[in-house]
Ligand binder design. Structure first.
Ligand code: KG4
Ligand code: ZN
Length: 335
């Protein structure tokens, strides 16, 4: 099933065309394009929703035409349009949905609404043949941090979620305190990789409670920076603090993942979402005594191929969801 995927939930405009070959086969990706808005938002230190929405509107027709050209297809070849309907920024989701709707009405192609996190959870299926449920997904992105039991396609149970910041947000806010521009997670990790040890210590973040919590981290980091005179000018200290921050976030994620694994008979893990590109996290999870899977970095961050895959699988199964055209918030559990 030739499926056009459209993703505009945050600050990446992405369009993919994928040929879905069924549940057990690897889909064939005919074209995939991403236009990142990072530069546009960098000067504001975070995503400005209105600017993001306007940029999606500009980029969508260009990417759409280019994607068809790259796939060597006409719009009449497309059998299904998969579009992210939520969660995400309302104005951004609206741009993607209305663009999809225009193509749908003009060409009589059905639309399948896709949950962004379901896309991340199944991004691994873009690379792995015969990837079967059940598995446990650790979703770590800029907006979400959750451990999800994937019982089967369409059946999800949230085992843990963050009570405040998401893991990516924790990376980005920490990076900001170190003077690294938004989004900062990958850059902080690069800085941390320059050292093998650190004299800084951070409290083990909220281990006793249910779910993840990262908001205390910022205060602890600010205090450490204040204690060190001329911190800004000391490159080594910055590297060491980055090392300690990365360890603290990874340690917290892995600790909760181990807790979830201990309570479950499922011993297969997928790590997904932007922070899944982090190599320290990948190493730490690989050491757990379970099967672990990580999408390649391109499929960790927001992309439209994962949306096309889930949209095609849902359409092939005739699986409906409770997503409306634009659904800024909806837990995967309530899908
Ligand atoms: O999934 P994603 O592309 O967008 C959302 O849906 O949020 O995730 C983006 C997040 C950002 O917070 C970014 O800093 C973080 O993923 N990130 C990383 C790394 N690469 C991206 N964080 C830590 N280490 C990395 N290598
Ligand atoms: Zn995402």
């Amino acid at each position: 099933m030739i499926t056009l995927g459209i993703e505009t939930s945050c600050d990446e405009t992405a369009v993919s065309i994928l040929d879905y070959k069924g549940e057990v086969a690897k889909p064939v990706i005919l074209s995939e394009l991403i236009s990142s808005q990072i530069k546009l938002h960098q000067e504001y230190g975070g995503v400005v929703p209105e600017l993001a929405a306007r940029e999606h509107l500009k980029s969508l027709p260009l990417l759409f035409n280019e994607a068809l050209k790259e796939a060597k297809l006409n719009i009449s070849d497309v059998e299904n349009i998969a579009v992210t309907a939520g969660p995400g920024l309302k104005g951004c989701l609206l741009m993607g949905y209305h663009f999809a709707e225009g193509i749908s009405v003009a060409n009589k192609i059905p639309i399948t609404k896709v949950h962004h996190i379901e896309g991340h959870v199944f991004a691994i299926a873009l690379e792995e043949q015969n990837f079967n449920e059940p598995f446990i997904a650790l979703v770590v992105s800029g907006g979400h941090t959750e451990i999800i039991l994937v019982e089967s396609f369409g059946n999800y149970k949230v085992l843990a979620r963050t009570i405040d910041d998401a893991a990516g947000e924790a990376f980005d806010k920490s990076a900001n305190l170190l003077g690294i521009p938004y989004p900062g997670g990958a850059e902080l990790s690069k800085l941390a990789s320059k050292v093998n040890a650190s004299d800084f210590t951070l409290p083990k973040v909220m281990r006793g409670q249910e779910g993840f919590s990262f908001s205390g981290l910022k205060t602890a980091i600010s205090l450490l920076i204040k204690k060190n005179k001329d911190f800004d000018k000391k490159v080594d200290l910055k590297r060491e603090l980055a090392f300690t921050i990365e360890n603290a976030i990874v340690d917290n994620l892995v600790y909760k993942l181990e807790q979830a694994l201990a309570k479950s008979s499922v011993k297969k893990i997928v790590v997904c979402g932007g922070v899944a590109a982090n190599s320290k996290l990948r190493n730490a999870v690989s050491k757990l005594k379970v099967q672990s899977f990580f999408p390649k970095p391109l499929y960790c961050t927001d992309n439209a191929s994962m949306i096309a895959y889930v949209g095609a699988r849902r359409r092939a199964k005739n699986l409906d969801s409770s997503l409306k055209e634009v659904t800024p918030r909806l837990s995967l559990e309530d899908l």
